[in-house]
Design a protein around this ligand. Sequence first.
Ligand SMILES: CC(=O)SCCNC(=O)CCNC(=O)[C@H](O)C(C)(C)COP(=O)(O)OP(=O)(O)OC[C@H]1O[C@@H](n2cnc3c(N)ncnc32)[C@H](O)[C@@H]1OP(=O)(O)O
Ligand SMILES: O=C([O-])CC(=O)C(=O)O
Length: 445
Amino acid sequence: MSKIEQWTKLAENASNIDNELYTKFDVKRGLRNADQTGVLVGLTNVGTVIGVEKNEKGTTPVEGRLEYRGITIDKLVDGFQSDKRQGYDETVYLLLYGKLPNRQELEDFTAYMAQQRYLPQYFTKDIILSFRGKDVMNMLARSVLALYTTEDNPDDVSTKNVLEQSLSLIAKFPAIVAYSFHGMRYHHMNKALVIRHPKPELSTAENFLYMLKGGNRYTPLEVEILDLMLVLHAEHGGGNNSSFTTHVVSSTLTDTYSAISAALGALKGPLHGGANIKVMAMVDDIKNNVRDWASEREVGAYLHKILDKKAFDGSGKLYGLGHAVYTLSDPRAILLKNKAREVAIEKNKLDEFELYALIEKIGPGIFAESKGDNKVIAPNVDFYSGFVNCSLDMPPAIYTPLFAMSRIAGWSAHRIEEINSAKRIIRPAYKAVGPKTEYIPLHNR
Ligand SMILES: CC(=O)SCCNC(=O)CCNC(=O)[C@H](O)C(C)(C)COP(=O)(O)OP(=O)(O)OC[C@H]1O[C@@H](n2cnc3c(N)ncnc32)[C@H](O)[C@@H]1OP(=O)(O)O
Ligand SMILES: O=C([O-])CC(=O)C(=O)O
């Protein structure tokens, strides 16, 4: 056995905690109460996420509701889409400033953000391209940390400074993601290196598509859908893992770049934002292993195998299904499903769309059967977003970065709220359950 294998065994043994102790000491695992609702650890005005109704009997599953600053996501989307406008800048304004902008305010904000899109001189060459990154989330996080060094006063946590930093990051994320992706392809896939400078006259969504694909390589439907994706991913309350990470890290009064890079690390995980790539890979795996994609019996049998850890990545997870808060439905998944059908028709991918719809239909029942779990699960936002991204010919490497490009808005609003209102370092308790041990001098061991 190699040294590292021996140390691995030691580390595994040292990190083992008897499962029963969690029950004995009433540990709120995952910061969840016994009824699966989240432990209340903060207050927020930014967003509301509802998946159950509390009553005297406990909780009852209800259709999911998501509000940004008190406005339901459906109404917000309907508002800008029925005006045939794009909604991301308006959403960012709403999340950061707590109110909808009027026409002039929106124009001023959009113009300000468009001017903020440019990266500092030499940043692309020296930071984004120099380390030959293989993962765009990782390249994004290290670019965020590097931006700290380009500022005169990065540690100032006054609202004005944090807001300026946040606006700058929100505006710069699309360029960092697009250039990181091109750098990765250039270094690792022998593709041409393409750097397209941002165009201030384009919307956030269209500018990103332009930097990624080039002019005339996307359709108006693609711009509309990317804008919708950005709006739907922008915020999800204070308790989602990456926003909570932002709260935790911001509560130390550290700088914006440190807090946002930590949030990026949280979002990347396959149980959180990284699930969108996993959904795509899982469905590809199903397509490769199931003969008839329309057969409930064949697809169902394969889903059982995945849950039994006998297929796909061996994790036993049906990615894109289930949620810590939502039960009967995730309102974002419903909005995305409608769009997914439209794209599927435009891109001639209806058979694939129907496979997703079949997994949505039978997945929850198979989960209940296989796990003997009465937890009510439904598709979450990541379920159809992978399909939509794929239909838009977005490379999987940027699925989670696209989520980050949007969620940076929510993280920023939560960071400003944490610094201004919560005013306590977040410091919960861990009970030590290991044995007391004597220190033995080295020569006696
Ligand atoms: C943007 C987002 O972050 S949306 C979420 C994206 N993540 C995914 O889609 C990954 C798949 N889903 C999941 O893993 C879970 O549903 C989560 C992490 C999203 C939420 O989990 P929670 O509601 O907290 O459930 P929890 O983690 O307590 O799980 C309860 C049990 O159900 C299981 N479970 C929950 N969802 C699933 C699923 N989709 N597939 C398999 N098992 C699941 C868990 O493994 C756990 O089993 P265990 O008690 O044997 O360990
Ligand atoms: O709220 C959560 O736990 C995860 C989620 O859907 C999100 O962050 O969008």
